[in-house]
Ligand binder design. Structure first.
Ligand SMILES: [Zn+2]
Length: 86
């Protein structure tokens, strides 16, 4: 905790709190049998760990609006160039 110009700031402790919150969520999901719903985003530029809330656990991206669109556009460009995907 630091005080700059009279304002209190939670500096590095904020990041630790975030990690602790994530670990607590991982533990909760594990004990609740929801472990398989925690996935890494299929976008190699992102790779966020996210909770797959889809009914049949078929989600591949942390966000359908962002990574989903990016990856679909990428796949479309790859197909339209005719290069085989590796
Ligand atoms: Zn993502």
């Amino acid at each position: 905790m630091r005080f700059d110009d009279g304002a209190a700031q939670l500096a590095p402790a904020g990041a630790d709190g975030l990690v602790a919150g994530l670990l607590a969520e991982v533990h909760r999901a594990h004990t609740a049998g929801e472990w398989s719903r925690l996935k890494a985003c299929a976008n190699p530029d992102c790779q966020w760990i996210y909770y797959d809330a889809s009914r049949n656990r078929s989600g591949r991206w942390c966000s359908m609006d962002e990574c989903g669109d990016v990856m679909k556009a990428r796949a479309y460009r790859r197909r339209s160039r005719g290069t085989p995907s590796v």
